[in-house]
Design a protein around this ligand. Structure first.
Ligand code: NAP
Length: 309
């Protein structure tokens, strides 16, 4: 039986692995199908302390993984937890069809991209609709073409700035008249001559399903009610995230939006199950806070296991 199983391989998961490994708990980490989590879809991370010139998201995650491995973390790559049973101890996790028993579990499953939910979005996914500029921005179909980014947060600004390397023009469509992003990011974005903000506007439809390829978006100004179209070769959706907590529904207490509710420290409603990172944090959602939460969950798990003896 496992002492501690960590579900997830973002900042929270790797940090929990480093700490539990160094506490001699011999942790098993299940990476999920996107090892490294959301940070692997960003470009340079400029606000993680210790890297004065920034660090690429993938590099930061690789470093954390190597550090966790060095202390003996066992890693189950590309595996996915299909279901969990927290109703009695030991906890049971079904991973790729096999059941793993564990005394304690750290849930660090992160969050996934939120969708717009408009006509054409799903139909044209990977045919011009994407959720990751660093993954797809350099594709030939987007080069020297007008592109649309939807959203007004740090992600949207980051995506828009990154895409100016390839696009002829980037339209930043936001439903308000100012950006939600951090000040430095917002100022940098609005100062970029290739980025054209389209304020107070929402995308009503991604065009064109009949051509089986994105040719534009139909937008509506929510103040004036006017509608119009923007011709573009790609739509980059950056409207936030939803926690990946579906498999814990009915077992872990969570908010309406699906964020796991924490009690004292990283404790969930089930003794022995701890949560960390974006799946349990709707407020800060930063790489560094996720890492901090992973550390807290590891220490909580260690103390909880010690209390069993
Ligand atoms: P976010 O801060 O939640 O922003 C989401 C944006 O999408 C908001 O502007 C929101 O509009 C808009 N939006 C949401 N639903 C929409 C819809 N259905 N249609 C149109 N627009 C919609 O998400 P995020 O930008 O992904 O950032 C998440 C967290 O990660 C934040 O804490 C952020 O600071 C952090 N982050 C940091 C960095 C960095 O520091 N390098 C980079 C990326 C992300 P409203 O403004 O109207 O709500």
């Amino acid at each position: 039986m496992e002492q501690v199983v960590i579900i997830g391989s973002g900042c929270a998961g790797w940090t929990a692995a480093i700490y539990t490994a160094r506490a001699n708990l011999n942790p098993l980490l299940i990476t999920g199908q996107q090892p490294g989590g959301l940070l692997t879809t960003t470009s340079s991370v400029e606000n993680f302390p210790g890297f004065r010139n920034g660090i690429e998201g993938t590099e930061l995650m690789t470093e954390m993984q190597e550090q966790a491995s060095r202390f003996g973390t066992r890693i189950q790559y590309l595996s996915r937890v299909e279901s969990v049973d927290f109703s009695s101890s030991p906890f049971k996790l079904t991973v790729d069809g096999k059941v793993i028993e564990a005394k304690s579990v750290i849930v660090a499953v992160g969050a996934g991209h939120r969708h717009l939910g408009v006509r054409g979005e799903h139909e044209l996914e990977n045919k011009g609709v994407t959720y990751c500029a660093t993954c797809d921005g350099a594709l030939p179909v987007f080069r020297n073409q007008p592109l649309v980014v939807v959203g007004g947060g740090d992600s949207a600004c980051e995506e828009a700035s990154y895409l100016t390397r390839f696009a002829s023009q980037v339209y930043l469509v936001h439903r308000r008249d100012s950006l939600r992003a951090s000040k430095i990011m917002a100022e940098r974005t609005l100062a970029n001559p290739k980025i054209i903000p389209v304020w107070n506007s929402v995308v009503e439809e991604v065009l064109d399903i009949t051509q089986d390829r994105v040719t534009g978006v139909r937008i509506k100004n929510i103040v004036s009610g006017e509608t119009g179209t923007i011709d573009c070769a790609g739509v980059f959706v950056a409207v936030g995230h939803t926690p990946n907590t579906q498999i814990f529904q009915g077992q872990l207490t969570m908010s309406e939006a699906g964020y796991i509710t924490l009690g004292e420290g990283s404790r969930t409603n089930i003794p022995g199950v701890f949560a960390a990172g974006d799946c349990a944090d709707s407020v800060y959602r930063q790489a560094i806070t996720a890492a901090g939460m992973g550390c807290a969950a590891a220490i909580d798990a260690e103390r909880w296991l010690a209390g069993l003896e």
